[in-house]
Design a protein around this ligand. Structure first.
Ligand SMILES: [Zn+2]
Length: 391
């Protein structure tokens, strides 16, 4: 039995089994079933990748939307910044005007001081000559601006001196009024500038937030994209494995027509049956003998010999059954079904399509059997018929 294990279908498949074990790192046995598994895995991967790609598209839209919002904020910040620049320029101009007015005030003050000093000198000369006793009031005055008022009391002092000082006082007062106006403008501007700066700060905070959201969205997008790429390469690897396995199975003679057509409905029978046990015609039990469901074909050295499909069709079942042992059930798609039992070894798999004369197994004595033989049944429209009626 163990020597048979390496014959037929199994022997050449060992090479691809090793390949696949290396590829997938599992103890997967090589058969058409693993091909089906690979095809199922392929379908699952493709579905997963489709989902992932759809998610990626959605994320891209989401990222674009977030970027749009962030860019709008950026434009608003730029507008506010240029308005702020304008305010700064205006304030600079006002500061310059303030400095000029202050200079002018200082200049007038210096003029007044100079004239008062000249007046003081003259008054002192008058005092020295004893012309005016009230002059002490002027001389003791500490506040220079008091002079003009005090001079009112000194009628004897030159009227032209008084006029000059009054004129300077007026000029100074007008510059001071101007300065008040400039300062008021400046304070208004500063208020507007402060409001704008607050708005700018708010916009900057929103921008930071938006930028953070964009970064997160881009990050998620990159993760999903990487996922799609991994799935893509897994699909490519799987495809490669499927192609290799299919090629290997073709070379093993399981038949390209058979495995290539899995699940596609299978082959239809020719309608005429070929003898399933080439080289052996000796019957040990006929149809109907003691309720026998088919015929038993035997021979001295029959053990391990190839059993072939009596007609083309689909493998309904290939596997173990307590009575039949290892057995194969074929459906020929034309109302006929055939069954082959007690095999030592299966040569096909459930779901495969087989051609007429294709090897489907090897003679054995498994299940309810007393010695090596092929138990063969022909069923027509769900009723057992005598297989010998077809030969
Ligand atoms: Zn039998």
């Amino acid at each position: 039995m163990s020597e048979r294990k390496l014959n037929g279908f199994w022997k050449p498949a060992a090479a691809v089994m090793l390949t696949l074990a290396l590829l997938f790192g599992t103890g997967m046995s090589v058969s058409a079933e693993s091909l089906l598994e690979l095809q199922e895995r392929q379908a699952a991967l493709e579905e997963q990748k489709e989902d992932n790609d759809a998610k990626l598209e959605k994320l891209k839209e989401d990222t674009a939307q977030k970027k749009g919002y962030r860019d709008t904020l950026y434009q608003q910040i730029e507008t506010v910044q240029s308005q702020l620049d304008l305010y700064r320029q205006q304030i600079d101009r006002l500061n310059k005007q303030i400095a000029e007015a202050e200079d002018a005030i200082a200049e007038k003050q210096a003029g007044i001081d100079k004239n008062v000093e000249l007046l003081r000198e003259r008054v002192k000369a008058i005092y020295m000559s004893g012309q005016s006793p009230a002059i002490e009031i002027v001389l003791s005055s500490k506040n220079i601006m008091d002079y003009a008022d005090r001079l009112e009391m000194l009628k004897s002092i030159s009227a032209s001196d008084q006029e000059l000082i009054n004129s300077l006082k007026e000029q100074m007062s007008s510059v001071e009024d101007e300065l008040v106006l400039i300062n008021s403008d400046k304070s208004e501007l500063n208020k507007s500038k402060k409001a704008l700066e607050r708005k700018s700060a708010e916009l900057n905070a929103l921008y930071e937030e938006a930028q953070q959201l964009v970064a997160e969205a881009e990050n998620e997008e990159a993760t999903v994209l990487a996922g799609s790429e991994i799935l893509g390469s897994q699909i490519a690897e799987n495809e490669e494995a499927i192609a290799q396995l299919e090629e290997q199975l073709r070379q093993d003679g399981i038949g390209s027509g058979s495995l290539g057509n899995i699940g596609s409905g299978g082959l239809s029978g020719t309608g005429s049956f070929l003898w399933p046990m080439p080289g052996y015609t000796y019957l040990t039990c006929y149809f109907g003998e003691g309720g026998h469901r088919g015929i038993d074909i035997a021979g001295g050295d029959i053990y391990g010999k190839a059993i072939v499909a009596a007609d083309g069709g689909t493998v309904q079942y290939a596997g173990w059954n307590d009575s039949y042992g290892y057995c194969v059930f074929l459906d020929h798609g034309n109302g006929y079904q055939t069954r082959y039992a007690h095999m030592s070894e299966l040569g096909t798999v459930t779901g495969a399509s087989v051609a007429q004369n294709e090897v489907i197994g090897y003679v054995g004595s498994t299940g309810n059997s007393t010695g090596p033989h092929l138990h063969f049944e022909v069923i027509y429209q769900d009723s057992l018929t005598d297989p010998m009626g077809y030969y």
